[in-house]
Ligand binder design. Structure first.
Ligand code: SAM
Length: 201
C-alpha cells in the first residue's frame, strides 16, 4: 500500500530522533531482536516497552512510515529501541554477525510477479543474510495473510532452515502489528517459525 506523503518526515526530524539513515556498524551486546519492514512500529515499540533489557531494532525503509516509529519511540521513552531507516539489503552494514536472537518479518510485501520475487523479504538470498545475523539457535518468525507468499516462503525456508513449525491459522499473540489488526477479521493469519539456519541444506 502506498503511504501518504508526510511533509514532517524530513532528514532533520530523523536526525533529532536518532534514527539511523546511513550505514554505521553498531556496537551491540546482550539480547537483541530485529524486525524488518516494521511499518508504523506497533509490534516493535510495544515489545521494546515490555522488554527494557532487550535491544530492539526496527528496520523500515519508507520514511513516511518510519516517522511514526520515531514518534512512538519518543512517546514511550524507549532507550532500548534502535531505528534504522534503510533497505533491509544493507542491514549487515549496521548489525554484527551472529548477534541476533530473533528476526521478525510481519506482513511483508508479497511481490506477486515472478520477476519481483527477489525483492521478497523471505527470498533465499535474504534468508542467507538472516542466517549470518542470527545467533546459532536464533529464530526467524514470519507472519502473513497472503496464502501464496506463505506457501512459497515455506519452500524458501525449508531450503535454508531446520526446525520449522508451520501454522496455517495462527492465533493472536501478545504483540501485533497494524496489518495484523486490519487483516485478522478477514481470514487466516499464516505463521512460520524457523529454528536454526543451516548452510549445509
Ligand atoms: C505490508 S507493510 C507491513 C508493515 C508492518 N510490518 C505490519 O505488519 O503492519 C510492509 C512494510 O515493509 C517495508 N519494507 C518492504 N521492503 C523493505 C526493505 N527491503 N527494507 C526495509 N523495509 C521494507 C515497507 O516499506 C512496508 O512499510
Amino acid at each position: 500500500m502506498r503511504q501518504k506523503f508526510n511533509k514532517h518526515a524530513t532528514d532533520a526530524f530523523f536526525e533529532r530522533h536518532h534514527v539511523l539513515i546511513k550505514p554505521k556498524p553498531l556496537n551491540l551486546s546482550g539480547d537483541i531482536i530485529l524486525e524488518i519492514g516494521s511499518g508504523k512500529g506497533d509490534f516493535i515499540t510495544q515489545y521494546a516497552f515490555d522488554h527494557p533489557n532487550t535491544t530492539c531494532i526496527a528496520v523500515e525503509m519508507n520514511r513516511h512510515v518510519c516517522y511514526y516509529i520515531a514518534l512512538k519511540k519518543e512517546a514511550l521513552d524507549l532507550n532500548n529501541l534502535i531505528i534504522i531507516m534503510d533497505d533491509a539489503a544493507l542491514v549487515e552494514q549496521y548489525i554484527p554477525k551472529n548477534s541476533i536472537a530473533a528476526i521478525y518479518l510481519h506482513f511483508s510485501d508479497p511481490w506477486p510477479k515472478a520477476k519481483h520475487h527477489k525483492r521478497r523479504l523471505t527470498y533465499p538470498t535474504k534468508l542467507d543474510m538472516y542466517g549470518r545475523l542470527l545467533k546459532k539457535e536464533g529464530q526467524l518468525i514470519f507472519k502473513t495473510d497472503h496464502q501464496k507468499l506463505y506457501i512459497e516462503s515455506s519452500f524458501y525456508m525449508q531450503s535454508k532452515f531446520k526446525n520449522i513449525v508451520f501454522d496455517d491459522d495462527s492465533q493472536e499473540e501478545a504483540y501485533i502489528t497494524e496489518y495484523e489488526r486490519k487483516k485478522r477479521p478477514y481470514g487466516p493469519i499464516y505463521k512460520i517459525q524457523a529454528g536454526a539456519y543451516d548452510d549445509t541444506l
